[in-house]
Write a new protein. Structure first.
Length: 150
């Protein structure tokens, strides 16, 4: 199966095989982000992609490091991924990292979305801190969105 892409980069009628990567968009930063909220808050890790076709899938990858501070051991930090403020997938909701106070834990995650859209889509990582203290994202953080031909 192929996907016909018209006018994507000034070239008409490109045939892309199913599973081909059509575009890659990424963002990274080293700016720290912290929260002590027990409700989900948007982090400073997000990426925007505009799919070429409605049949495309979008593969999201993110990586960061989280550390719990001033809480107690067995602290939990929960992550979710949102597309344009809509939570994606029940399997993402409630993914958590158990962290001992003041020790960094590396986090990496992938999610395949089927947005059926050719509008700009913003994917943002959200987190909450379950118990007392603060969750801190620090060091190098990255998020990547890849459009895959459907």
């Amino acid at each position: 199966m192929t996907t016909t892409i018209t006018g994507a980069t000034g070239i008409d009628n490109i045939q892309a095989a199913t599973g081909s990567v059509l575009q890659v968009v990424g963002d990274s930063n080293t700016t720290s982000f912290s929260t002590s909220s027990n409700s989900y808050v948007a982090t400073n890790l997000s990426v925007t992609i505009t799919p070429v076709t409605t049949s495309s899938k979008v593969l999201i990858n993110f990586s960061t490091a989280v550390m719990c501070q001033d809480g107690n051991n067995d602290d939990y930090t929960y992550f979710i991924l949102k597309r344009n403020n809509t939570t994606l997938g029940d399997d993402i909701h409630g993914n958590y990292i158990q962290s001992t106070d003041n020790i960094k834990t590396n986090v990496a995650f992938s999610y395949i979305d089927s947005p059926s859209s050719t509008s700009a889509l913003t994917y943002t990582l959200y987190l909450l801190k379950q118990s007392a203290g603060t969750a801190l994202l620090s060091g190098f953080k990255a998020i990547t969105a890849m459009e895959i031909a459907g």
